[in-house]
Design a protein around this ligand. Structure first.
Ligand code: NAD
Length: 259
């Protein structure tokens, strides 16, 4: 993708080499872009350094106000302008003591909102002056926020997708900065391992895809590259579903016949 060459992107959310953010960073580098990464902890940053030695990285834990305030200073050690942002972070404390959705605690819900949703708005606000006027911002949601299998992360991802529209509107007042989300189907990453019954749901999801093969993380990364590039210049304030057709296949006859 010629268009990405020498552009500079800030990427949040590499924890290991299975992370969606890692696949996106790697693909951007392969396409000639430069990446700045932040990890939640020093350990994450050490891992990033080993995985992507050509990248600049620093710690940003979005639960810490000072880390958000220091964002621009940290980034300015590498560049004074960004061409885009990838927000690929989420966390929910799935408490084994929680009986069902109705039993969601305020503390857990608030923490999950801060990390998985509000942080996008806060980071966009902190970096508003250093985005080039044609920048592209991408966050990662889930393929169906109403699937009722993600615990309280479902409503929070719905909020994230909605925030995308409000952030896009705010940026449109002074720029052509675009903001979109990717609604990704189930993937094999460390975040998904924490979701109750995830393995069973993952195997079932594979049967629901039209091609009978689950999504690869690189397919989500490729969509992110498209959204970060000028090829998607007409797309703004949208959620792009990447689920290998799963959402249209409720009544797959192979599954129905095996009941
Ligand atoms: P991952 O565990 O590799 O990435 C999650 C990242 O969130 C980690 O890097 C973690 O350090 C970061 N994070 C958590 N709390 C943080 C904090 N306080 N401050 C800063 N960073 C913090 O898992 P992943 O699957 O790559 O997740 C990336 C995104 O993709 C998430 O938004 C997730 O909801 C989304 N997603 C994942 C799947 C899936 O099946 N794995 C499907 C759809 C969407």
């Amino acid at each position: 993708m010629k268009d990405l060459e020498n552009k500079v992107f800030y990427i949040m959310g590499v924890a290991n080499k299975k992370s969606v953010a890692y696949f996106i960073a790697k693909a951007l580098i392969e396409n000639g872009a430069k990446v700045i990464l932040s990890g939640q902890t020093k350990d994450h940053c050490d891992k990033i350094q080993k995985l992507l030695p050509e990248s600049f990285n620093f710690v940003c834990d979005v639960e810490k106000q000072e880390d958000l305030i220091n964002l621009k200073d940290n980034i300015s050690q590498y560049t004074d302008k960004l061409d885009g942002l990838v927000h690929s972070i989420a966390f929910a404390n799935f408490d084994p003591g929680q009986k069902d959705f109705l039993d969601t605690s305020l503390a857990n819900f608030q923490q999950a909102i801060q990390i998985s949703c509000l942080s996008l708005t806060q980071v966009c606000n902190e970096l508003r002056d250093i985005f080039n006027l044609n920048s592209s911002i991408v966050t990662i949601s889930i393929s169906n926020t109403k699937a009722t299998s993600y615990g309280y992360m479902g409503p929070i991802k719905a909020m994230l997708e909605n925030s995308v529209c409000y952030i896009a509107k705010a940026f449109s007042e002074f720029s052509n900065i675009r903001v979109n989300s990717i609604g990704a189907g189930p993937l094999k990453t460390s975040a998904s391992a924490g979701i109750p019954n995830y393995i069973e749901n993952y195997l079932y999801a594979e049967k629901l895809t039209l091609r009978k093969k689950n999504l690869g993380t690189s397919e989500v990364a490729n969509t992110a590259l498209f959204l970060l590039s000028d090829l998607s210049s007409g797309i703004n304030a949208q959620n792009i579903v990447v689920d290998a057709g799963m959402s249209v296949n409720y009544f797959d006859q192979e599954i129905v016949k095996n009941l």
